[in-house]
Design a protein around this ligand. Structure first.
Ligand SMILES: [Zn+2]
Ligand SMILES: [Zn+2]
Length: 194
């Protein structure tokens, strides 16, 4: 997002255009599911200085205006992203806390129906899938010498992992990436010791 787009977004959300807000939005545009510390670093690279509290305050304002989404995996610090308004869900790795987006489980929001809605008009379902990402599975398997890997069982369908490099199954994964959706049987070369 360039700063003109960001300024336009702020105006159409009824917010004043300020340098810290532009810097926070620009920082958010550099990644997905960023922590407050990472956003602060990016904002400071643009502004020179900005307190962590100011970053929090600006994120609160931007989230309340619907320009930013806050995602808080249980037991972990909040993450922030610019992908808003689509009721997408998240996959979180229990080991490295990598976060991946998943589109609505069944199409449009709220995409899941409770067995009893208690008379609510439901407009959103927030689903967090917890499991072990493909990279951590490969590491765990390598660490135990190719065994099934204690603790490496994903609770969630790992096939749903977003952004995986597909199409290299059968290859040794010389670049360190594991084939999507498959349990690598061979240790990848770039595994760290113990
Ligand atoms: Zn992981
Ligand atoms: Zn997301």
């Amino acid at each position: 997002m360039n700063s003109e787009d960001a300024a336009g977004q702020l105006r159409s959300a009824g917010l004043r255009v300020t340098a810290p807000r532009l810097a926070v939005l620009a920082s958010l545009a550099e990644g997905a599911h960023l922590s407050v510390e990472t956003i602060a670093q990016g904002a400071r690279a643009r502004l020179g200085s900005l307190s962590l509290q100011a970053v929090y305050d600006n994120l609160d304002v931007l989230a309340a205006a619907g320009l930013v989404r806050r995602f808080e995996p249980a037991g972990h610090p909040a993450r922030f992203e610019l992908r808003v308004g689509d009721n997408h869900h998240h996959l979180v790795c229990r080991v490295c806390t990598a976060v991946y987006d998943v589109d609505c489980v069944i199409g449009a929001r709220p995409c899941l129906s409770p067995s009893d809605d208690h008379g609510f008009v439901i407009d959103e379902a927030e689903v967090t899938f917890w499991g072990i990402c493909a990279d951590c599975q490969a590491r765990a398997i390598a660490d135990v010498g190719g065994g099934a890997g204690s603790g490496a069982r994903a609770d969630v369908n790992a096939d749903a992992r977003a952004n995986a490099d597909a199409g290299t199954a059968g290859d040794a994964g010389a670049d360190g990436s594991a084939p999507a959706g498959a349990r690598p049987r061979r240790a990848v070369p770039s595994v760290r010791e113990s």
